[in-house]
Design a protein around this ligand. Structure first.
Ligand SMILES: O=C(O)CCC(=O)C(=O)O
Ligand SMILES: [Fe+2]
Length: 522
């Protein structure tokens, strides 16, 4: 699996580099061969023309006679030998051998990358046609996609039974097709997918029109002929049902039309489903109320810690209850490089714990790659862990190892709790270190677009800043989980997002975090 971390995608560029080099060598050899053939062709035809002007006198010249014989013996043999197909065989052989030695993406990677693109489109409300032109939020990141590219994206969606995106991308493919001089796909191919997906999206009349258009292009298209019959049946059935419905309505005099979404009064934003809040926060459409924001402060702090007297922490409050803070400039570039360097070769698809079985498994709601680093591995790791203790005033003796995470494009982690809930099977139980009392999340890269850490129920969005750490307690002082800390990592729109986290556990903090005087105190 390559698409889940941007770090691993770098190897694909190397693969492509080797393939391009190999293709260039092959083309060069083929061009040399053609040039030699062209030279022969022009020499031979010139001579042949000369002979044709006066055959008798041409052949009566002994040199010409010799030349003709030579052409038909040596030269044509030479031409035959130039036409050597071993170069093609060699090229084919090389390409297939590269599969054994270079990194290639799989069909799952292709599908994963396409799904990631759809996720970005949905979360950030990106316009299909702008994306197809290589524009992301108005910034030109890549060259435009061809009709064939758009078709392929539609096909991937189709294979995932995602007809909504199939329609979007096939419609875009059709538009690109009309503008293309060198066609990269046939109109019939596009129409076939577009018509069926349009039907699946509930628009049978348009599906029928598209199928009719397809049949004018390919009159004996078997599937189209079959679908057409099916669509016509569907239309007449609907008409019948509608008629029945109208008759019934007339007699009862009731209008049972349900309200449409737009007619429903949208209540307070807090009543929005979590998913909607999460996506709005990712897009930066929702913020904390100005009154709450006005109470947030930045300050230099030392927590009476001798080290911090010398190196004060730059603390920025992101939320007061529960308290979420950012510590700026707490990781040096060299430390970040060490962490990335050690983690990179060990990155594996990040897993989540199944709350019923306790098993670790991959899930579509967490797409990234991670690795774990121990303090003994490098003095930089030990220093960073020491810094967590200095920053938080807590102990790391019972903490988990440092987790390093890299997100690929579209990589995300949907809303979740970092702590284990009651009754949930979890791996911490056997450790005897208690629950995850707090989270320290280090941002190890800037992310140009997307990739914020958001707390939907608090309306807080933290934007990655290289070298900054976020800190919050997951548990109340009485040890109960603080449900307000539910948070998520928004999909990465552009850039590579690197974070690392240190999860601190309850045991050992007994004398470091005071108990509350009231129940469920922050
Ligand atoms: O990457 C982020 O912004 C958050 C990651 C996170 O919440 C986690 O790994 O538990
Ligand atoms: Fe988390």
């Amino acid at each position: 699996e390559l698409y889940t971390a941007l770090a691993d995608m770098e190897e694909l560029l190397e693969t492509e580099g080797v393939l391009i080099q190999s293709l260039s060598t092959f083309i060069k050899a083929q061009e040399d061969m053609l040039n030699r053939l062209k030279r022969y062709q022009s020499d031979l035809s010139r001579e042949h023309e000369r002979a044709g002007q006066d055959v008798q006198s041409y052949l009566s010249n002994p040199i010409n006679a010799y030349t003709l014989v030579k052409h038909l013996t040596t030269d044509w043999k030479d031409i035959e030998s130039i036409l050597d197909d071993s170069k093609i065989k060699e090229f084919q052989y090389n390409i297939s051998n590269y599969h054994a030695v270079l990194k290639f993406p799989t069909d799952e990677d292709l599908n994963g990358a396409a799904v990631a693109l759809m996720r970005l489109q949905d979360t950030y409300k990106l316009d299909t046609s702008a994306v197809a032109r290589g524009l992301i939020n108005g910034v030109q990141y890549s060259t435009a996609l061809t009709a064939g590219d758009c078709f392929e994206l539609g096909r991937q969606s189709y294979n995932n039974k995602d007809f909504y995106h199939t329609v979007q991308w096939m419609t875009e493919a059709l538009q690109r097709y009309d503008e293309e001089n060198n066609k990269t796909i046939t109109k019939a191919d596009i129409l076939e997918y577009l018509a069926f997906s349009t039907y699946m999206e509930g628009n049978v009349h348009t599906a029928l029109e598209m199928t009719d258009e397809l049949l004018t292009l390919v009159p004996n298209h078997n599937r189209a002929i079959g679908n057409r019959v099916y669509y016509l049946q569907d239309i007449s059935q609907r008409a019948l049902q509608k008629k029945k419905g109208e008759d019934g309505e007339a007699s009862s005099g009731l209008n049972s039309q349900p309200l449409t979404v737009s007619e429903k009064k949208l209540g307070d934003i807090e009543e929005l489903p979590e998913r909607e809040l999460y996506e709005r926060l990712c897009r930066g459409e929702v913020t904390m109320s100005p009154a709450k924001q006005a109470r947030l402060k930045c300050r230099y702090i030392h927590k009476d810690n001798p080290f911090l007297f010398l190196a004060r922490l730059r603390e920025e409050e992101a939320c007061l209850s529960p308290r979420i803070v950012l510590y700026h400039n707490v990781l040096a570039d060299a430390e970040i490089e060490t962490i990335k360097h050690l983690a990179q070769p060990r990155l594996k698809r990040a897993t989540v714990q199944n709350y019923k079985t306790g098993e670790l498994e991959v899930a579509s709601y967490r797409i990234s790659k991670s690795a774990w680093l121990r303090e003994e591995e490098h003095h930089h790791i030990a220093t960073v862990v020491q810094r967590v203790e200095d920053m938080t005033g807590l102990t790391c003796t019972t903490a988990e190892e440092l987790q390093v995470v890299n997100y690929g494009i579209g990589g995300h982690y949907e809303p979740h709790f970092d702590f284990a809930r009651r009754g949930e099977k979890n791996a911490f139980k056997s450790l005897g270190t208690g629950n995850r009392i707090a989270t320290t999340l280090f941002y190890m890269s800037d992310v140009p677009q997307g990739g914020a850490t958001v707390f939907p129920h608090l309306r807080v969005a933290l934007y990655p800043q290289k070298g900054t750490a976020a800190f919050w307690f997951n548990l109340h002082r009485n040890g109960e989980g603080d449900y307000r800390t539910r948070h998520a990592a928004c999909p990465v729109l552009t850039g590579s997002k690197w974070v690392s986290n240190k999860w601190l556990h309850e045991r050992g903090q007994e004398l470091l975090r005071k108990c509350g005087l009231t129940e469920n105190e922050d």
